[in-house]
Structures are given as structure tokens and as C-alpha cells.
Design a binder for this molecule. Structure first.
Ligand code: UDP
Length: 449
């Protein structure tokens, strides 16, 4: 009898956050469907909530990361947290790979790790295993990181005092200017630049996979390939190729019933992703502006997303009453389904990369309210390159909120954005169909493994 070919194993290492876990699990599902066995390495913070959603996958925990208290993220901010996570995980990840090789034989075809989990590179090198980086953010963001990794914080600060430098266009990244580099809101500049250097210089991987689409970011992809000198595969949007239930919070599906009762393209969907926070004052202005716009709205207010509150208890009774007259609040929505609902006419978003892709895939134009670095880059692309959204800048106040909603849902300008978004939607769907750029990239990756 002919010996059955053994399945090859892929080890996945996601970053402990919703926006990173979801696409990593989608990638794992896509590769599993191509015949690979999947092992997911998690720590205290990247429990992929319900392993029962991935019955064929193996889940292993790196012990040392359990000693990294959750408060570190809140206390130190994302950059220091990533430094700490990489420091504490390097040895325990090596142990983990050693164990896997002992228990399961030499069946690891590749380690695919999130670009921020650069500690994986050392284990790949020690055990002579192929590794591939997976990026859940845009290619443009990665190019910017390559640029930042070559800068010194002191020089950058001095340079940025010169208005001419600020306005200088980035080579092959037009219309990005020097001042658009994603440097804000993540902590001290010198530490950010250092992190960029760690990510870029500690790279031992033989390829990079990005959850993006060639037709959205062709020039950034070209430049990235040039900067890194290894193959770069754009195989997004992964959520069209596979659905992988990896929500870390429980989805409130009652909002779909509420949407069913609304007129086509009338609703503004508001969600700021899984991390960012707003002040109570801003939330109150949002509430009044949304109400005054006269449009129905579906608003995700995540527990803990209003600074200092568990949920919405800091909002006065009369505001909650006013909001519920025209709107519907949930703690967490089935976002992809919501964006695909015919009642949704626009998305007020913080412009995380997943939300950006999900909105484009459904042809929904956006009101962009980015909070920090990478989100600002996405907002800029939405506004100035793809022209399917516009930014709301400065302090949030009710008049501005009302105008923004009317501009998107009621005005001709919003209709034009929707038309362009629908064209992009078709392009993105074509990219994952047989023969499309993302479809082909996935085939190439499978062959590479
Ligand atoms: N999301 C969701 N329900 C919500 C809000 C967000 O399922 O109510 C999902 C959304 O579909 C996206 C992810 O959470 O996949 C957020 O990722 P993104 O990159 O947009 O932002 P981040 O959370 O990383 O800031």
C-alpha cells in the first residue's frame, strides 16, 4: 500500500489583540483548507477565545508570557508592551518549538509570525526552520516603518520644525508627506524608532505576507519589496476568502434586527475598534451631533471604551434616552454582517486596517476619525487616494458630527464616494477569485511552503 503523505504543520504566532488575532486565524484557516495542520501559539493575552471554533487546530501556550501582567499594556503603552513581550517570550518560544519537534517529529513546514512578534526569528534560526512574517496592517504602514527605522529621534524632531520638510512628499508614497509618517500617539519617539529597527533588523524570515490587496496598494508593495529584498505576498482581504469566528467579545446580534427596520443606506454605523478610548465629553458631543443629524445610527460602545467608565454609566439619563430615539447602542457588533447590511449607508471609523478593508469590501464609504499612527495613514489613503471617505479633524463637537453625517449620507459628495467604494468593492472581490492577484498569491505561498 502506498504510504499516505504526511501533513505538514504550520506554527502561527499572533499578536494578543483582536485586530491581529482575527486575520491570523483567517490565514490559518485558509492554509488548513490547503492541507496544512495548524498549531497556534498563544500566551496569556492572545488566547484565541474559543478554540472550539477551530476544532482541527492545536493550541499551545508559552508559559513565560503568563507572567506578563495585563496591566503592563495599560501602564506602559503599546510600544513598551511589545518590547516586554518580545523579551519575555524568546526563550519560552524556543522551548515550545523544541517540544513540538520532539513530540510530533520534524513536521514543521514554517513558522508564520505576526510582524510584532519578532522574537520568533531567533527560534526559527536556532532550529533551522523556515519562517514567514505576517502583517495585519497596510503595506504603506510597513514602508513607513522601514523609513522610521532609519531615522534618529533627535534629527527627526529638528527636521520637523522646518515646514518645507514637513510638506516634502515621501518617495514612491505620494500623496504621503514627511509629516504623515505614523509617529503619533504610541509613546516616546526614540522608543518607537527603536521598535521599528528591531522589527526590520531582526527579520530572518524568507517572505512577508500582508493582508492587503495589490490594486489598493500597488506602489507601496513595490517599494516594500525593494526595501526588504524578500518576496512580499498580498493576499487580502482574507475575510472574503475564509470566515473564521475569532471574536474575542460576544457579538450582539439584536442590532441586525434593528437594522432590518431601517431604510436602505440610511444608517451610520459607528465603531472605533477594539482598543481606542474616548473621553466622556467627546462621547456626549457625538451623541448630540448624531441625534441632530436626523439619521438613524448604530453605535458600538465597547465596555471600557469611555475613559474612566465601565460602559455607558457616565452618560446622563436624558442623553441615553435621546440616543435611543434615533439610534441603537451595542457593546460589540457582528461588524462584517453589519457593513454588508443594505440599511448601512456609512461607517464612522477609527480606520483600523481590518475595519478599513471590511468597509471597502462592502462598498461602504467612511467618516474617518483616526486616533494614532497607522490609523492616520489609512485615513489619508481613504481620503486622498481611494477617495471613499473624509477625515473629521480637531475637537469632536456636535455641529461637526452633524455636518459629517449629512455630508456622507445625504449629500451628493457622499453618493460619489459610495460609487467609488462600489467600484473598489468589485475589484477586491475579483482579486480573491480564481486568477485574481490575492488568489494567485495564496497559491504561491502554498507552493513556497
Ligand atoms: N469588530 C467587531 N465588532 C465590533 C467592532 C469591531 O467584530 O463591534 C472587529 C472588526 O470587524 C475588525 C476588528 O474588530 O475585524 C477591529 O480591527 P481593526 O484593525 O479595525 O482595529 P483595532 O481593533 O485593531 O484597533
Amino acid at each position: 500500500m502506498e504510504k499516505m503523505e504526511e501533513k505538514k504543520r504550520i506554527v502561527l504566532v499572533p499578536v494578543p489583540a483582536q485586530g491581529h488575532v482575527t486575520p491570523m486565524m483567517q490565514l490559518g484557516t485558509a492554509l488548513n483548507m490547503k492541507g496544512f495542520s495548524i498549531t497556534v501559539v498563544e500566551g496569556q493575552f492572545n488566547k484565541v477565545s474559543s478554540s472550539q471554533n477551530f476544532p482541527g487546530f492545536q493550541f499551545v501556550t508559552i508559559p513565560e508570557t503568563e507572567s506578563l501582567p495585563e496591566s503592563v499594556l495599560e501602564r506602559l503603552g503599546p510600544v513598551e508592551f511589545l518590547f516586554e513581550l518580545n523579551k519575555t517570550s524568546e526563550e519560552s518560544f524556543k522551548d515550545c518549538i523544541r517540544q513540538l519537534l520532539l513530540q510530533q517529529g520534524n513536521d514543521i513546514a514554517c513558522i508564520i509570525y505576526d510582524e510584532y512578534m519578532y522574537f520568533c526569528g531567533a527560534a526559527a534560526k536556532e532550529f533551522n526552520l523556515p519562517s514567514v512574517i505576517f502583517s495585519t496592517q497596510s503595506a504603506t504602514n510597513q514602508v513607513s516603518r522601514c523609513v522610521l527605522s532609519k531615522l534618529s529621534a533627535e534629527k527627526f524632531l529638528v527636521d520637523m520644525e522646518d515646514p518645507e520638510v514637513q510638506e516634502t512628499l515621501m518617495e514612491n508614497l505620494h500623496p504621503l508627506r514627511y509629516k504623515d509618517l505614523p509617529t503619533s500617539g504610541v509613546g516616546p519617539l526614540d522608543r518607537l524608532f527603536e521598535l521599528c529597527r528591531e522589527i526590520v533588523n531582526k527579520r530572518t524570515a524568507s517572505a512577508v505576507i500582508i493582508n492587503t490587496v495589490r490594486c489598493l496598494e500597488s506602489s507601496s508593495l513595490k517599494r516594500l519589496q525593494h526595501e526588504l529584498g524578500i518576496p512580499v505576498y498580498a493576499l487580502g482581504p482574507l475575510h472574503i476568502t475564509v470566515s473564521a469566528a475569532s471574536s474575542l467579545l460576544e457579538e450582539d446580534r439584536s442590532c441586525v434586527e434593528w437594522l432590518n427596520k431601517q431604510k436602505p443606506r440610511s444608517v451610520v454605523y459607528i465603531s472605533l475598534g477594539s482598543v481606542v478610548q474616548m473621553e466622556t465629553k467627546e462621547v456626549l458631543e457625538m451623541a448630540r451631533g448624531l441625534f441632530n443629524s436626523n439619521q438613524p445610527f448604530l453605535w458600538v460602545i465597547r465596555p471600557g471604551s469611555i475613559a474612566g467608565s465601565e460602559w455607558i454609566e457616565s452618560l446622563p439619563e436624558d442623553v441615553i434616552k435621546m440616543v435611543s430615539e434615533r439610534g441603537y447602542i451595542v457593546k460589540w457588533a457582528p461588524q462584517i454582517e453589519v457593513l454588508g447590511h443594505p440599511a448601512v449607508g456609512g461607517f464612522w471609523s477609527h480606520c483600523g486596517w481590518n475595519s478599513t478593508l471590511e468597509s471597502i469590501v462592502e462598498g461602504v464609504p467612511m467618516i474617518c476619525r483616526p486616533f494614532h499612527g497607522e490609523q492616520k495613514l489609512n485615513a489619508l489613503c481613504l481620503e486622498s487616494i481611494w477617495r471613499i471617505g473624509f477625515q473629521v479633524q480637531g475637537t469632536v463637537e456636535r455641529g461637526g458630527v452633524e455636518r459629517a453625517v449629512k455630508r456622507l449620507i445625504v449629500d451628493e459628495e457622499g453618493a460619489d464616494m459610495r460609487e467609488r467604494a462600489l467600484v473598489l468593492k468589485e475589484n477586491l472581490k475579483a482579486s480573491v477569485r480564481n486568477g485574481g492577484s490575492s488568489y494567485n498569491a495564496l497559491e504561491e505561498i502554498v507552493n513556497l511552503m
